[in-house]
Design a protein around this ligand. Sequence first.
Ligand SMILES: Cc1cc2nc3c(=O)[nH]c(=O)nc-3n(C[C@H](O)[C@H](O)[C@H](O)COP(=O)(O)OP(=O)(O)OC[C@H]3O[C@@H](n4cnc5c(N)ncnc54)[C@H](O)[C@@H]3O)c2cc1C
Length: 384
Amino acid sequence: MSRAYDVIAIGAGSVGVPAAWAMARSGLRVLVLDRFASPGQGSNKSAIGGMRATHSEPAKIRIGLRSLEIASTWQETYGDDIEWSTGGYSFVAVSQREEAILKSLLQTQRASGLDIAWYEARQLLEIIPSLNPDGLVGGTYSPGDGHCSPLLLCHAMFERARAEGVTFRFHETATGIDVRDGRVRGVTTDRGAYEAPIVLNAAGGWAAEVGSMVGLDHPVQPDAHEGGITEPVAPFLAPMVVDISPAPGSSNYYFFQHATGQVVFCITPSPLVPGLDRTATSGFLPMVSRRMVRLIPKLANLRVRRTWRGLYPMTPDGSPIVGLSNEIDGYAMAIGLCGQGFMLGPGLGELLDRLVRDDVTSEDRSALDELSPDRPFEGEAALR
Ligand SMILES: Cc1cc2nc3c(=O)[nH]c(=O)nc-3n(C[C@H](O)[C@H](O)[C@H](O)COP(=O)(O)OP(=O)(O)OC[C@H]3O[C@@H](n4cnc5c(N)ncnc54)[C@H](O)[C@@H]3O)c2cc1C
């Protein structure tokens, strides 16, 4: 066995990197392992960069608010340009179904500290003039949400983590977790073995595989989602637009215009496409562009430059699984981040640091109850 650590994180992605950084700031000796060549090469680099606190559950709203605070002040605090933009988020309603869903969430969202309001169609058109008024019922707008570059933020946090003493080992796959007498002792990889009393599973789409190393069956199933980017055009769209109305082949889609002019977009297929295959398909673009053009007709003139496919690590109820195992001492989980790992990562990293140091606040405690590995996984988050 080589030198001992306080914590070993498996996964240098949207969650593992901020968690390692937060723990190192608290003085813990942290090792991060990743099978890929550099940070963020799992799902993190597939994310389109949306960061919101507009969720349906209090835990995600509060963690999202902290992530927004970190990302939106990043450049002034640390100097790196992560392409942050506070454009807000608008969830649009094109039928009474979405209107009812979105309005039913407002009370919880506001009580959890989110700045959000409902706008009738004509008011929403003042915020997003390019929306098609035909069939538009209205929508919510949360001005504090925004977007930034997933790779730039991940890399910036990786550099901070290294400066705080975190050891990263890339091209190294965790193959086993050493458990003796019901307690975690360390991790075995394809290149060595490392000791630590705490192991954090932050393995994204591979979380179930890592869970099986300690004999646990995590309900995390990777499924494939595709994204795309257009040519740059003059600014016409400030917020991220999300349409949760179902249509043949998809359940929702979202898009925004980057500061450099490109429109970046993504869709959730329905039914979901389970598996680890990250090969882009020909069906994605016609499906998503039909929906986007119906909502914003002038998008019809845009040329698409590139599409890609990545993974959502999904859970049955659409919320992450965060906590310490009751079965195995020292085994921590921050898995099943669904389509929200990038936006929750920075706030979640700090929560994980408090969790492993046994220093949680009462607000943390209620978030951990909501996201507990032992919850019944009944129902589905309204905003996933
Ligand atoms: C098209 C698309 C658009 C998206 N848009 C957004 C968005 O706008 N906002 C948002 O918040 N989210 C978005 N997401 C979702 C987001 O990408 C994920 O929720 C998030 O990246 C998951 O973070 P993670 O840290 O759990 O996993 P990852 O970032 O995948 O990190 C897990 C890491 O673990 C490593 N690993 C796994 N097993 C092992 C092992 N045995 N040994 C060593 N290393 C291992 C992997 O190599 C990987 O690097 C999007 C996803 C897709 C596909």
